[in-house]
Design a protein around this ligand. Structure first.
Ligand code: PLP
Length: 400
């Protein structure tokens, strides 16, 4: 009989190098495959499952919403989408929200909004966007254009016109790159896929000032850094700045697809009916899920838990760094951490999976730690212990 993996390999497009593991169910921060193997999940579906798996309130709320109303289109209003938009407005520096379904879509919409605003304020020539080298913004044509990594772009040229690239965290290069035609600067507060590189505080503050002085919009991509990942609702709060537009997704729906564009009133006001739309955007089902995630973060103390527990993760990573000389650096904020190695990480990740720990890479030499936001101290210690054992074995083999 054919295995699930063999069946999948025959019919699914070959875009992912998936591990030969078929996942079946989850509870808390653990996930089980169809063979009954249990894994501690330090990847959370790539920074998505904010509440872990099988959270009771989440299941009940989303199930109730599914019974009541799943989808009705944006020809009409629905209560959950209004409530989630209100939550986001009340707890951020933004006044307007647009819902979509994924990170790339949120970035696309943010770019459109940035261009429309630029043209309205400064004229048709104001349409260029500056993005960062080593960034990642998703896989649609617009999103790969602003993703400053050739490997994601080269098979799909021609890209969108009007995008310039500068090195991240290099203010002089950015200042040199702006022109009358620049309408927006796009960046991740912490570059995620690029290897967990946080923006320096003085850099981001200087970028904000540069944008204000030159009537350029600051767009932050918080698809990965947002929704509590850093211990704040959004990472921009760590930098004491206010962006003009923000794109988010991943953790917002706690596993159910939803993305959002947040914008300042003045910027958002240039979007008119017909300018932008999404059939599924803001549907009651995904918004009911987002409402539970935001309630847990903002009203039930989950943000404080993230702040507290991220210290244990940091301690664990420091312990490993002191013990193993093939670990180069620890980076990141809150429960978004990267451990850079002098050696490739593929074997480490594979061995950790065999030992029941799921980890995600960010490039060839960085392991990314983005566990469910509900992870406890004990579960963090359990993960560090498994990783320690794997590293011990690899260390022995490298000095043989
Ligand atoms: C910073 C950032 N932006 C955008 C995206 C794209 O999100 P999605 O895969 O939901 O389209 C990602 C996904 O990893 C991301 O990390």
């Amino acid at each position: 009989m054919q295995s699930w993996v063999e069946r999948g390999e025959k019919v699914r497009m070959n875009t992912y190098s998936s591990f030969p593991i078929v996942m079946e169910k989850g509870k808390g921060v653990y996930i089980w495959d169809v063979k009954g193997n249990k894994y501690l999940d330090f990847g959370a579906g790539i920074a998505v499952n904010a509440l872990g798996y099988g959270n009771d309130t989440y299941i009940e709320t989303v199930s109730n919403q599914l019974r009541r109303l799943c989808h009705c289109s944006n020809l009409y209003w629905n209560q959950p989408s209004i409530e989630v938009a209100e939550y986001l407005v009340k707890n951020t520096c933004f006044q307007r929200v647009f819902f979509c379904n994924s990170g790339a879509e949120a970035v696309e919409g943010a770019l459109k909004l940035g261009r429309k605003y630029g043209k309205k304020m400064k004229g048709n020539h104001s349409c260029r966007i500056i993005s960062m080298q080593q960034s990642f913004h998703g896989r649609t044509l617009g999103a790969i254009t602003v993703t400053g990594q050739e490997k994601y772009q080269k098979a799909f040229t021609p890209l969108l016109p009007g995008v310039d690239y500068v090195p991240f965290n290099d203010f002089a290069a950015l200042k040199k790159a702006i022109s009358e035609e620049t309408c927006a600067i796009l960046l991740e507060p912490i570059q995620g896929e690029g290897g967990i590189w946080p923006a320096k505080k003085e850099y981001l503050q200087a970028v904000r000032k540069l944008c204000t002085e030159n009537h350029i919009l600051l767009i932050v991509d918080e698809v990965q850094t947002g929704i509590g990942r850093t211990g704040n609702l959004f990472a921009y709060e760590c930098y004491d700045i206010e962006p003009d537009i923000l794109a988010t997704a991943k953790g917002l729906g706690g596993g159910i697809p939803i993305g959002a564009i947040l914008a300042k009133e003045e910027v958002a006001s240039c979007f008119m009916p017909g300018d932008h739309a999404s059939t599924f955007g803001g549907n009651p089902l995904s918004c009911s899920a987002a409402k539970v995630v935001l309630q847990k973060l903002l009203e039930e103390g989950l943000l404080e838990e993230v702040k507290k527990n991220s210290k244990y993760l940091q301690q664990g990573l420091l312990y490993l760094q002191e013990k193993y000389n093939f670990i180069k650096e620890i980076r990141g904020i809150g429960l978004m951490k990267g451990l850079e190695f002098h050696i490739p990480i593929a074997e480490i990740i594979k061995e950790c999976i065999d030992q029941g720990l799921l980890l995600v890479g960010a490039g060839s030499h960085v392991i990314r730690f983005v566990p469910p936001l509900v992870i406890s101290k004990k579960e963090i210690e359990e993960g560090i212990q498994i990783l320690d054992q794997v590293l011990q074995r690899i260390h022995k083999n490298t000095i043989k």
